[in-house]
Design a protein around this ligand. Structure first.
Ligand code: NPW
Ligand code: ADP
Ligand code: K
Length: 539
């Protein structure tokens, strides 16, 4: 259940279910409607206490069909329900048409031409009693272009007549207007501002990428996943074509708890060198803090030994601040080369506080030449902004690049430009495709930071760590948080984690430490919170 689907993958699963006789479209639609009802009363308990009046906005496709099921089921529960249709009833698909017609035996369907939103609910005394629930069943995974101007305007009018807090808002599968493959609004006219935020979005079978990426979480509000009875493993096993379509399935990040554990039954007598020796390169005097944060995090995450390698003028500054982290002198690339003659030094972290200079470029190239596992962050990336190819030519599969958006833009300006261009049709390029293209060009693992962190192995796994909903970690937006993440990845690689696994586990632990610490977090707290996080997660 840890998967994020694209709309095309969801359609392929649905088609396989039809072809194999696992379910019919009508059955799935009924379960989808039922699933929304169950999820919304569970997630929004106050809804049951609200005035039981619902407005169901149905669209021209199967998302609209789900809306007619919801209308019927709410009516059966005693709710007063109004159904509005954007689309031509004569052109509905068979399953949506069947549910439209079933609803038609119960109540009216108001066509779009008669919505007159402002006249209904906009006056000082509304002509019609306002609803306590608005269900957005206009578009789901079938959205391919921005909402038509007249519909968009009607929805904005509705949002101003019944603003947030006046009525609960529940979206069926997707907030209409959001591209579910990217989490990006298809809304060039309004700069990505959709007509309204939802209180809850109910997805079917699995979460889609758009629920977790980009602006998706902001517009979805909360998410729930309704089980609509699709047996994906059975369908996958029986149908090679589906297996192929699902082969690039994206996973949500999970920590490798088994590998995180130290000792235990299978390995009780380990020595510190069994957990590796990480080296973090420090900047000069007055710029050592970032590397010290990284080094401390590498040690806390369980590297057996961690050494901070600092230039001579910064040694006393570092020495006064370090205890368990060791210190060695490193005046530049030749010193680093000498240091790395010790083969026990098995993972490196370069970038935090290192400075944007030719000296940094030399250090990076020496580190890469040693073929050690290596994290390149911050200045180690920016130092190559003028000539990224000079970096890419030396990268290898043991390297993790950890750019934030600015660093990504400097190294991959063309990909960045395409990624941020306002999308006019779906599916829009997502952070996943941007990271995949960048990782393929760089030839190493890429962890593209942000609230939605995307980790990509060229030609291999794609993992998303989304710090949203119950895992929101806004306190991570603090100076130095990225340095800590880089140190954690280096520490895990020193312990023997594969680079992509180190990146995934570190991203999870990093956010978990922020969530565990909570308000007031500063970067120093992250490493200190790790013991509690590790204990709480059973490591
Ligand atoms: N898959 C499953 O297993 C299940 C799916 N279920 C439900 O079905 C939903 C997907 O249904 P769907 O494919 O009919 O697409 P939907 O989102 O209703 O869009 C309808 C059509 O609108 C059109 N269109 C697009 N953009 C437009 C725009 N801006 N303005 C105007 N028109 C626009 C476009 O057609 P076009 O005009 O491009 O030919 C599109 O095909 C899914 O989200 C879930 O709720 C559940 O019932 C249970 C199981
Ligand atoms: N609002 C947020 N929600 C979740 N994670 C965040 C948020 N803001 C920042 N982060 C995370 O914190 C880290 C910040 O890294 P970075 O931008 O490199 O900061 P710095 O350079 O100050 O260390 C990244 O791992 C990023 O994913
Ligand atoms: K919808």
């Amino acid at each position: 259940m840890n998967e994020l689907l694209t709309s095309a993958q969801m359609r392929a699963i649905e088609q396989a279910a039809f072809d194999s006789g696992q379910a019919t479209g009508l059955e799935l639609m009924e379960r989808a409607g039922q699933g929304v009802i169950e999820a919304m009363f569970e997630a929004l308990p106050d809804l049951a206490k609200a005035k039981a009046k619902a407005l169901i906005l149905c669209g021209p496709g199967n998302n609209g069909g789900d809306g007619f099921v919801i209308a019927r089921l709410l009516h059966e529960m005693g709710w007063q329900v109004s159904c509005f249709l954007y689309g031509d009833p004569g052109r509905l698909q068979p399953d949506a048409k069947a549910n439209h017609d079933r609803w038609g035996e119960i109540g009216a369907v108001v066509p779009f031409a008669d919505w007159h939103v402002r006249e209904r609910w906009g006056g000082a005394v509304p002509v019609e009693q306002p609803p306590s629930l608005i269900v957005d069943s206009l578009f789901g995974t079938g959205l391919t272009r921005p909402l038509a101007r007249d519909l968009d305007e009607a929805l904005r009018n509705l949002a101003s007549c019944l603003p947030e807090g006046k009525a609960w808002r529940v979206a069926v599968d997707a907030p209409s207007g959001l591209c579910m493959d990217s989490g990006r609004p298809l809304d060039p006219e309004n700069d990505g501002e959709l007509p309204s935020r939802q209180d809850l979005t109910v997805s079917f079978h699995r979460l889609k990428r758009g629920h977790m990426l980009g602006d998706g979480p902001e517009w979805c509000g909360r998410v729930a996943v309704a089980d609509i009875g699709l047996n994906q493993p059975a369908l996958r096993a029986a149908r090679p074509a589906l297996r192929e379509q699902l082969s690039d399935m994206v996973q949500l990040a999970e920590p490798d708890k088994r590998q995180l554990r130290k000792g235990g039954e299978d390995y009780p007598g380990a020595h510190k060198y069994d957990y590796g020796h990480a080296v973090v390169l420090s900047g000069g005097p007055g710029r050592t803090g970032a590397a010290r944060l990284a080094a401390r995090a590498a040690l806390r995450v369980g590297a057996g030994l961690v050494t901070l390698a600092a230039p001579a003028p910064a040694m006393s500054e570092c020495a006064s601040q370090l205890t368990a982290v060791m210190l060695t002198r490193c005046n530049g690339a030749p010193d680093l080369g000498t240091l790395l003659e010790d083969e026990r030094l098995n993972a490196l972290c370069l970038g935090p506080g290192l400075g944007v200079s030719a000296a940094t470029r030399d250090l990076v190239l020496t580190a890469l030449g040693s073929r050690r596992r290596c994290v390149l962050d911050a200045d180690a990336l920016t130092a190559f902004a003028e000539r990224p190819q000079a970096l890419f030519a030396h990268l290898h599969s043991g390297v993790v690049l950890t750019p934030h958006a600015g660093e990504f833009a400097r190294l991959f300006p063309d990909i960045w430009a395409r990624f941020i261009a306002c999308p006019e049709q779906g599916p829009a390029i997502s952070k996943i495709e941007a990271a995949q293209e960048a990782a393929a060009r760089a030839g190493c693992i890429l962890l593209f930071k942000g609230q939605d962190t995307v980790i990509v192995e060229p030609g291999g796994r794609v993992v998303v760590h989304a710090a949203c909903y119950e895992r929101a970690a806004p306190w991570l937006a603090t100076a130095g948080a990225g340095d800590v993440l880089a140190g954690m990845i280096a520490g895990l690689m020193a312990r023997g984690f594969w680079p992509v696994g180190a990146a995934e586990t570190a991203a999870w632990l990093h956010a978990e430490a922020a969530i565990s610490f909570g308000p007031g977090l500063i970067a120093e707290d992250l490493a200190e919170e790790l013991p509690a996080v590790l204990r709480a997660s059973g490591v």
